[in-house]
Design a protein around this ligand. Structure first.
Ligand code: FES
Ligand code: FES
Length: 166
């Protein structure tokens, strides 16, 4: 079947086998940050943003994304630099392995879009679907809150608002 959608800001038109999952489609297109950790919705390693909301790509059929907008970890950084979540994870020591990190990034990006100043508990709930098999979550949780602070301080000053020069 023929499929059109947006992937990391670019238009994609491709053929896909009926029954292929979104995870299989994206990895086949080179978005290998989408990891196959369990293929049954348990681990969050395949998380991507679908129209801005984190979903597990292993549980969706590729055909379900016709006309929609997908962001993977490959699409988080821009020409200016890393996304604050990527920067914060690096600085906090929260990048633990390449398997869980991309999915954690996408779940955290969704969380910060909905909740720009999450508490520790909110971060833990937001990342509850992303499993790490080997270390822990302390640095990851710290990093998400650090990223929230970075993003808040980078928010442009509203028109008419005073800007301090001290
Ligand atoms: S591979 Fe999709 S949730 Fe584990
Ligand atoms: S699964 Fe990635 S650090 Fe544990």
């Amino acid at each position: 079947m023929r499929l059109s959608f947006t992937l990391n800001g670019g238009s994609v038109e491709t053929d896909v086998a009926p029954g292929a999952t979104l995870m299989e489609l994206l990895r086949g297109l080179g978005a290998v940050s989408v990891k196959d950790g369990c293929a049954r919705g348990d681990c969050g390693s395949c998380a991507v943003l679908l129209d801005g909301r984190a979903v597990t790509a292993c549980l969706l059929f590729a055909g379900q994304v016709e006309g929609l907008r997908i962001t993977t970890a490959e699409g988080l950084a821009d020409e200016v630099g890393l996304h604050p979540l990527q920067q914060a994870l690096l600085e906090a020591g929260g990048v633990q392995c390449g398997f869980c990190t991309p999915g954690i990034l996408m779940a955290a990006a969704d969380l910060l879009e909905r909740e720009p100043e999450p508490t520790e508990a909110q971060v833990r709930v937001g990342l509850a679907g992303n499993l790490c098999r080997c270390t822990g979550y302390v640095k990851i949780v710290e990093a998400v809150q650090d990223a929230a602070a970075m993003m808040a301080s980078a928010t442009p000053v509203a028109e008419g608002e005073e800007v301090g020069h001290g």
